[in-house]
Design a protein around this ligand. Structure first.
Ligand code: ZN
Length: 131
């Protein structure tokens, strides 16, 4: 018996994580939807990455992109920030893969998301290269 598995607090935490994790992506999507519909995009732009490094992070403009998506302007949403459209897909797939225990597909889903985050970082800062 190892001290970690016999610790009741650790066991309880493991149970909570196991129960809560499949629904986490849906909760995040719900919070995002509520944020946009309650006009959260009218809050001034705040980004520590932008403030400190003077570079736009991958998520700069994502609220505007979500807003366009909810208005049905898919093209404007995608040209504004590709992550908004993919985040919905990513969270839905994340929910399905965790419910069906498809960990290999969940891992692929996470890697594709990471690649898109890198691509969006390049797109958000492309103006620095072109001058
Ligand atoms: Zn940012």
């Amino acid at each position: 018996m190892t001290p970690y598995t016999s610790n009741p607090g650790t066991l309880k935490l493991q149970r909570i994580q196991k129960l809560g994790s499949p629904y986490q992506p849906l909760v995040i999507l719900g919070v995002l939807f509520a944020y946009i519909t309650l006009q959260g995009s009218y809050i001034p732009h705040i980004c520590l990455f932008d403030e400190i490094l003077h570079l736009k992070c991958s998520f700069c403009g994502i609220t505007h992109s979500f807003e366009q998506l909810l208005k049905g302007n898919v093209l404007r949403s995608v040209t504004s920030n590709i992550l908004a459209s993919f985040l919905i897909f990513h969270f839905l797939m994340s929910f399905i893969f965790s419910k069906t225990n498809r960990l290999n597909l969940q891992s692929l889903n996470n890697r594709v998301f990471l690649v898109l985050v890198c691509i969006q970082f390049g797109l958000n800062n492309a103006h620095l290269i072109s001058g």
